[in-house]
Write a protein that binds this ligand. Structure first.
Ligand code: C2E
Ligand code: MG
Ligand code: MG
Length: 733
């Protein structure tokens, strides 16, 4: 093997064409080499067929100049070998034979050209250069083919893996192409739709709209973009068939035109389009819409939707001279249950209530959750009051039955106000407002009942508003007073404490008792300021009581849940005691069981802080709330106050006594102090004494009285006691 590079300079051309010259005439080989090397090719030579074959196995050549007559294997055999082994080399046969047959034979065997000996050097160079040019064209073509194939594959891949349905229609609107997506989304096989009219897949109700977009003829900005339509599933085997029988899509389509019509005009040949599945988006939109008009807890319409429906119903009944009723329903004991058993239980109760309410209604009625524990009902097809009475009584009967949630048997009850159209108002706001006023009227009286709106109820609402205004003024103008009721240790026969009880000395209405204004003060939040005032005033006055009697009487003050909830509650209490130079031990805080249950952890921490400061904690009205004994154990409690109602029931029978016995027994077991409230009679006192309840508060020892009266009562009591002691020590005269 010989090779020689025709280097015109020292730079080696890496892309030089490689030529293999095969001839048994060494002179000729030298000639080839010289000529071709000069022309810039990289030349190799072989003087036999075998040598040539050996070389082509070792390396690749671009062109082979092949003599046919070789000493060992013939040029034909070499070509057969190349063909058989698919060796890509462009063969130029150089031979002395010039018969047509001989030429045809070598061309058949795959030779590119045939050069007859003797030839001119230019002829050889030209032939080689042609062969190389043809070869490079062939290679470019091959590469191009490969690229085409790749890009076709790529486009198919993109189209088929698109999340959208991609389709083409002919001029008549028949499918000519569909990607794989159609099978997954709608359940059709591609083949069954090709040739079919597009209307076969459009949801029937949307056909009129589809007519102008599915087989769109326009192009550019005027073509259809993002048009919402519904397509129909093939059959019930489709994955989403049972959710809805239609698939919501967003369609984009445009006309396709042939590049050159015969007359030079562009010709419409069909439509190209894509359809995007927008089910998820639709669901989200529906959800948002639902949330805007419904209460999420109960799934009922909210006040916005209620008002909307009421507005429509009013228009309808006005036109037809009919009646309708609006009911405003407020649960009676929801707040207590929510506060004591927690919000999760409260939520479940509201759900249970809404279900019962729905069971009382007709299909055409609307029930809505208006907010909190308030529900409104729209009864649109009624003929007379009696129709509404029937429904109201049915609702009350249902809500008076107990609710079993987990192991809690809960009783709620409801107050219902009713406003009839047209007599109780002609506009939606006035109807709702008046039904609300009627509901308040029920609440203020017996609760758990219903009332139709009447003009007098406006006065009641008015008076509530005035009362709120008066309450604010009372605080500013210092119309409140603290009264004190003694708490007596019956064994020592001594007043050991006093409970501070607020009174409102109203400038025109006279003395108002707390039960008549504390609920409103709690509702409006005014209790926070009022309660602070009470503590401050009571501290100031207990100092005076103790100073004038020379005793160290304990002060009990009532605290409302809202006060305890205030973040600065602990500091507020301690600050006030500090300001009056009273130790923590001077104060007993009265709270109800309901506070304890509300936000357990926070309340426990606050009570512990106060307890650490020496303040005692009493559970007021014990036995009337919802607390459980296991909870009570976790709290720093010192005293239990037996509610007045149990003391009162001791008279009536053994059941009342049983409860009192149980409370006293339990308090003793837990090492708690006990105070019996509302003791009015000697038999009650005797019975309590006998059970070992030593501290007593009640009319039997005196009502709540202002500072001056209590001071004089205490002094008298002390004088009487001193006199009695004196007499007993001196003995009978
Ligand atoms: P309470 O804390 O259970 O107070 C006992 C209530 O029973 C007082 O009513 C008292 O006058 C009354 N009472 C005491 N002994 C007898 C008796 O032998 N027979 C009868 N029939 N009643 C008796 P009052 O003063 O009308 O207070 C009612 C409730 O108002 C209190 O119940 C307490 O819950 C609340 N309250 C009073 N003052 C305040 C206050 O300053 N702040 C707060 N948050 N609530 C207060
Ligand atoms: Mg009390
Ligand atoms: Mg009480």
């Amino acid at each position: 093997m010989e090779s020689e590079s025709g280097e015109t300079n020292n730079v080696v051309d890496a892309f030089k064409a490689k030529i293999l010259a095969v001839d048994d005439e060494v002179r000729l080989l030298d000639l080839h080499r010289e000529l071709l090397t000069k022309a810039g090719y990289e030349v190799y030579t072989a003087s036999s067929g075998n040598e040539a074959l050996k070389l082509v196995k070792q390396m690749s050549f671009d062109v082979m100049l092949l003599d046919l007559r070789l000493p060992d294997v013939s040029g034909h055999q070499v070509m057969r070998f190349l063909k058989k082994n698919q060796i890509n080399i462009t063969v130029v046969v150089i031979s002395g034979e010039n018969s047509v047959d001989a030429v045809a034979k070598v061309l058949r065997l795959g030779a590119y050209d045939y050069l007859r000996k003797p030839y001119l050097p230019e002829e050889l160079l030209k032939t080689v250069s042609n062969a190389l040019e043809k070869r490079s064209l062939e290679q470019e073509n091959k590469a191009f083919q490969a690229r085409l194939q790749d890009s076709d594959k790529l486009h198919r891949y993109i189209v088929n893996s698109s999340p959208d349905i991609v389709y083409m229609l002919d001029q008549e609107g028949r499918f000519t192409f569909l990607n794989d997506r159609i099978e997954k989304l709608l359940g059709y096989m591609k083949a069954e739709l090709i040739g079919q009219h597009y209307s076969a897949v459009v949801y029937p109700e949307d056909l009129p709209l589809a007519r102008f977009v599915f087989n769109e003829r326009r192009t550019g900005p005027r073509s259809s973009r993002n048009i919402e339509l519904r397509l129909k599933y093939k059959d019930s085997s489709s994955p989403n068939y049972f959710e809805s029988k239609a698939l919501s899509i967003e369609l984009t389509a445009m006309g396709v035109y042939s590049r050159s019509g015969g007359d030079g005009k562009q010709k419409f040949i069909g439509t190209y389009g894509s359809a995007r599945d927008i089910t998820e988006r639709k669901k989200a939109e529906e959800m948002i819409h639902f949330q805007a008009y419904h209460d999420l807890l109960t799934g009922l319409p909210n006040r916005v939707l209620f008002k909307d429906r009421l507005g429509l119903a009013i228009t309808h009944v006005k036109r037809n001279n009919q009646m309708l009723a609006v009911m405003f329903l407020d649960l009676d004991r929801f707040k207590v249950i929510n506060d004591t058993l927690g919000h999760a239980m409260g939520d479940r109760l509201l759900q249970a209530v809404s279900q019962r309410l729905q069971g009382c209604l007709r299909a055409e009625d609307t029930l809505s959750r208006f907010g909190g524990d308030e529900f409104t009902l729209l009864l649109s097809h009624i003929n007379c009051r009696q129709d509404v009475v029937v429904i109201a009584e049915k609702i009350l009967a249902e809500l008076n039955k107990s609710f079993m949630l987990d192991h809690n048997e809960l009783f709620v009850g409801a107050s219902i106000g009713i406003a009839l159209f047209p007599e109780a108002g002609s506009g939606l706001d006035s109807l709702i407002k008046n039904a609300d006023a009627a509901m308040y009227s029920v609440k203020s009286q017996s609760k758990n009942g219903y009332q139709f709106y009447s003009k007098e109820m406006d006065k009641y609402c008015q008076s509530r508003l005035m009362m709120e205004r008066d309450l604010r003024r009372a605080l500013e103008e210092k119309q409140f007073r603290v009264y004190f009721q003694p708490q007596v240790d019956v064994n020592k026969d001594e007043v050991v404490g006093v409970e501070a009880l607020i009174r409102w000395e109203h400038p025109s209405k006279g003395l108002i008792y707390p039960n008549d204004f504390i609920p409103l003060a709690e509702e409006t939040g005014l209790i926070v300021d009022i309660g602070r005032w009470v503590l401050d005033a009571a501290c100031s006055e207990i100092k005076k009581i103790n100073a004038s009697t020379g005793r160290n009487i304990r002060l009990s003050v009532n605290f409302s849940p809202l006060q305890v909830e205030q973040p600065d509650f602990v500091n507020m209490v301690i600050d006030i005691l500090h300001r009056h130079q009273l130790p923590g031990e001077a104060l007993e805080m009265e709270i109800t069981e309901n506070i304890i249950m509300k936000d357990m952890d926070k309340v426990v921490n606050k009570l512990r802080d106060l307890s650490r400061y020496g303040i005692k904690i009493a559970i007021d009205d014990f036995g009337t709330g919802y607390s459980s004994l296991s909870y009570l154990q976790q709290f720093p409690i010192h005293t239990i106050k037996i509610d007045r109602c149990f003391v009162n029931e001791m008279n009536t029978g053994s059941e009342g006594r049983c409860i009192v016995n149980a409370i006293i027994y339990m308090a003793k077991g837990l090492g708690l102090n006990l105070i019996a409230e509302g003791v009015e009679t000697q038999p009650q006192l005797d019975y309590l004494k006998q059970l070992g309840c030593t501290e007593v508060q009640g009319f039997i020892f005196g009502k709540a009285e202002p500072l001056e009266s209590i001071v004089s009562a205490l002094s008298q009591r002390q004088q009487a006691k001193t006199a009695a002691n004196y007499e007993s020590s001196v003995g009978p005269a």
